[in-house]
Design a protein around this ligand. Structure first.
Ligand code: ADE
Length: 218
């Protein structure tokens, strides 16, 4: 890991100010989700269809875009897909920044939502690093920045969304208590499916809330 990158990312960061765009109803959202287990319930909930034409992203990449509508809102859910060599979900900051960049360029969303699971201590500030386990260095950075949630994508999505001036919100559901008794990976896998149901509910409520609203309402 390169260490934890703190990001005050739990609350809406609709930074657009009072310009015209922030007073128009939000029309397009991109939801970035790293794991298939997290993504598929939302795909079926909103009856999103998978892109099959392969024109949105560079040829050969495993990135998957699902799209559909909820009322007036165009929903795009982008999942980085399975690693082509290893067959596992492409979690972490590298894929998250690439798909966020490509999705913003291609889809010009009004808002990015990064949804996923995270490890938690209690409610509050999010930190991001490319390691599920917490190394001593990461622990120092997390504590120094008062972060109390630990994920593997949030700060990467925040970085790219900020670079491209697109507001982003972060919805994280806690699968494991980092400073608890159980090994993180074990607790994570044990809770993944149940916690994902909560995550999907939270994302669904966010979509219901966003529909018909402007960035300045968030
Ligand atoms: N996702 C779920 N649990 C996590 C943890 N403990 N660290 C980083 N990402 C996670």
């Amino acid at each position: 890991t390169n260490g934890e990158h703190p990001s005050a990312a739990i609350e809406a960061d609709a930074t657009g100010g009072a310009d015209e765009a922030t007073r128009q109803p939000i029309s397009t959202v991109v939801i970035i989700i790293a794991m298939q287990t997290e993504a598929l319930p939302l795909v079926s909930k909103f009856q999103l269809s998978e892109d099959t034409d392969g024109i949105l992203f560079p040829k050969g990449v495993p990135w998957v875009r699902y799209h559909g509508k909820y009322k007036d809102l165009n929903i795009n859910l982008v999942w980085p897909g399975k690693d082509l060599l290893l067959g596992v979900d492409s979690v972490g900051t590298v894929s998250a920044s690439l798909v966020t960049y490509a999705s913003i360029q291609a889809l010009k969303p009004d808002l990015v939502i990064n949804a996923g699971t995270a490890g938690g201590f209690k409610l509050g500030r999010l930190s991001t690093g490319d390691s599920l386990d917490m190394s001593p260095y990461d622990e120092g950075a997390i504590l120094a920045n008062d972060a109390v949630i630990k994920d593997m994508e949030g700060a990467a999505v925040a970085y790219v969304a900020d670079l491209l001036s697109v507001p982003a919100i972060f919805i994280k559901a806690v699968t494991d208590i980092i400073d608890g008794e159980k090994p993180t990976a074990e607790e994570f896998l044990q809770n993944l499916v149940a916690v994902t149901a909560n995550l999907d509910q939270a994302v669904t409520q966010a979509i219901y809330f966003i529909n018909g609203r402007c960035l300045s309402d968030l």
